[in-house]
Design a protein around this ligand. Structure first.
Ligand code: DQA
Length: 148
């Protein structure tokens, strides 16, 4: 079965109330429900996780890579700082799409650089919760059935 792991980084557990003008009012749980419905229709095994800890995200990327699962990664602020996540994507070979709700390029300059983009298949940002759904559709043609 084809598997997609949706990995969410720091502060994304606060979606819904966190800076709604920037991130919208949908909660992470609501985003998960939408993706689960898409996954069910498409017959995809979906894993959906959030952590505020960089190392935990690294472990989850490695795990997805080992299983041959695709990764939709919204690494939050770690996008802009994490060599460890860059290395995890590279080392595990996990096919990864970098996802952001906001358009990071119209925001503060420190958000313009990503440590992940150059090891990602592609980047989708600026479409709010729909960024996740667009990334889901975009990664599918690049995946083969997971190994476990
Ligand atoms: C974000 C953008 C990041 O710059 C920020 O640190 C986040 C969320 C987004 O989804 O727009 O936490 O990844």
């Amino acid at each position: 079965m084809i598997a997609i792991h949706v990995l969410n980084g720091p502060n994304l557990n606060l979606l819904g109330t966190r800076e709604p003008a920037t991130y919208g009012t949908m909660t992470l749980a609501e985003i998960e429900v939408r993706l689960r419905s898409k996954a069910k229709t498409a017959g995809i095994d979906l894993v959906f996780r959030q952590s505020n800890h960089e190392g935990e995200l690294v472990t989850w990327v490695q795990e997805a890579g080992l299983l041959g699962a695709g990764v939709l990664l919204n690494a939050g602020a770690y996008t802009h700082t994490s060599i460890a996540l860059h290395d995890a994507i590279r080392a595990s070979g996990a096919i990864t799409i970098e996802v952001h709700l906001s358009n990071v390029f119209v925001r503060e300059e420190f958000r313009h650089h990503s440590m992940i983009s150059d090891v990602a298949k592609g980047v989708i940002c600026g479409f709010g919760a729909m960024s996740y759904e667009l990334a889901f559709d975009a990664i599918l043609p690049h995946l083969s059935p997971a190994r476990a």
